[in-house]
Design a protein around this ligand. Structure first.
Ligand SMILES: *Cc1c(COP(=O)(O)O)cnc(C)c1O
Length: 468
């Protein structure tokens, strides 16, 4: 392409993006289309000849990019939203353009140094000492696989390994355990208490029983913010327990981990610095684009012992002890420089802006909890710990059975979805259907949260009237 054509394409893309982001509030929080429509628009064989760029870009925006949940919309409260900032988006663009490879020091020393710097920031924030380290991954799912492989190798690759986690753990954790070689029947989901925290006594009983049966307890996976309710397992108690039992402690902090940057979160996550490994997601509560996963281990040697391998064709890349090849810390050899987006956005805004943005989510969620609690037709369904509030509509004109309430709240969820004003999702708390808001967008206002709760309530009361 000529420089002129390159400029034109990039300017058009920039124009589209700035326009999208600055007008986000005027758009719907969700957009999507059915397969048969999209197949018509985007399907078909690869073309032998090319086509004009302007037309192609317009089509990509209209048919591909437009059909997407707007998780960064101030009224998107579903799942765990991702809300990337502009400098982190640009960092990904620059990394692609410079074709940065951070598998080896020789391949990308600048990018490798940024990854060292960012992972050492993260270790600092958690309270890890200088023995600790880690790497960037695609997400917490990949980080969990790498953590459990490290745990397995540290334990000497025992036969019949068993992994323990609470019944609130993310599905990524059982999946990681299967991939790391744990049989499905050896994944123990331990009961939780009324705050959705793992029952340490039950955990201990299971472990003793498994040892007696000749199995090998390999790792306990604790939660520092479950994705259902935001609950945090008793981390200090688990750290003591795992130390005395000689079992690897992995903490899934994908969603909650970055709250350590606030005094409140630091207190809530006390003990996280004693975990053998911690997984986090910058694309959750640290305002990064997707694929900003992080794995940190308390002792970096344990990661390198599991993943470092030699290879003839990259023998020239070994620069020595102070020059790590990130390929020796995890699965990937060819690796995208994911750390630059964190480095660039933190260097640009300063950490205090991030702390304030995280605190904003905590504050709005407390306000939402209080609002639901004092509302005669709304019910809080779980303790609120971080930025998730679980609730349902319970009309107070008569007594409703559990079945009726589930039916009613499912109707509310569907109506909110098709209404296009706001986006919420649901979860199941020990079998009870529950609506849920995850509030972490720095651009979300109390008005956004309140309107969403009031809309859900109105739909619920209307449905109750019709149903009754
Ligand atoms: C999102 C999430 C995961 C999975 O992380 P990915 O980045 O989607 O792979 C695991 N655990 C928790 C608590 C999460 O919120």
């Amino acid at each position: 392409m000529t420089p002129d054509q390159m400029h034109r394409l990039a300017s058009r893309a920039t124009e589209i993006l700035v326009d999208r982001i600055t007008n986000l509030r005027e758009q719907r929080p969700w957009e999507g289309e059915f397969r048969d429509v999209l197949e018509d628009q985007i399907g078909g064989p690869a073309p032998e000849g090319g086509r004009p760029l302007d037309d192609l870009v317009e089509q990509i925006v209209r048919d591909v990019l437009h059909n997407n949940a707007r998780q960064d919309h101030p009224r998107f409260f579903g799942f765990v939203p991702a809300v990337p900032t502009w400098p982190s988006i640009i960092a990904d663009y620059l990394v692609s353009g410079f074709n940065v490879h951070v598998g080896t020091w020789l391949g990308g020393s600048g990018g490798s140094q940024v990854e060292l710097t960012v992972t050492s920031w993260l270790c600092d924030w958690l309270g890890y000492d200088s023995q600790a380290g880690g790497l960037m991954t695609s997400g917490a799912s990949a980080a969990s696989v790498e953590a459990l492989v490290a745990a397995r190798e540290y334990a000497g690759h025992p036969d019949a390994p068993v992994v323990y986690m609470s019944d609130q753990s993310h599905s990524a954790l059982p999946k990681a355990a299967y991939i790391a070689g744990v049989r499905r029947e050896h994944i123990r989901l331990i009961d939780t208490d009324r705050q959705y925290r793992i029952d340490v006594q039950k955990l201990s009983d299971e472990i003793q029983q498994d040892r007696k049966a000749g199995l090998n307890p390999l790792a306990v996976c604790a939660n520092a913010g479950t994705s259902s309710t935001g609950s945090i397992d008793p981390l200090l108690e688990l750290a003591d327990f795992c130390t005395s039992e000689g079992i690897w402690l992995h903490i899934d902090a994908a969603y909650g981990g970055f709250t350590v940057l606030t005094p409140e979160g630091k207190e809530l996550l006390k003990g996280i610095e004693r975990a053998d490994s911690v997984s986090m997601d910058g694309h959750k509560w640290f305002f990064q684009p997707y694929e900003t996963g992080i794995l940190l281990v308390r002792n970096l040697d344990h990661l390198e012992a599991a993943f470092a391998t030699g290879h003839d064709v990259i023998q020239d890349t070994v620069w020595g002890a102070n020059h790590p090849n990130f390929a020796d810390r995890g699965l990937q050899l060819s690796r995208f420089a994911r750390a630059l987006k964190i480095w660039m956005s933190v260097e640009m805004f300063g950490l205090s802006k991030f702390r304030a943005a995280i605190q904003h989510g905590l504050d709005l969620t407390k306000q939402a909890h209080a609002f639901i609690e004092q509302h005669p037709q709304l019910e809080v369904m779980a303790p609120t710990t971080l930025s998730i509030v679980c609730f349902r509509i319970r009309p107070n004109d008569r007594t409703y059975s559990e079945e009726e309430l589930e039916e009613l709240n499912r109707v509310v969820l569907a109506q909110v979805f098709w209404d296009d004003e706001t986006f919420i999702s649901s979860t199941s708390l020990k079998g009870v259907f529950t609506l849920r808001l995850c509030i972490l967008n720095f651009a979300t206002t109390w008005q956004d949260v309140r309107d969403t709760l009031e809309l859900a309530c109105r739909f619920g009361l209307d449905a109750a009237k019709k149903g009754g």
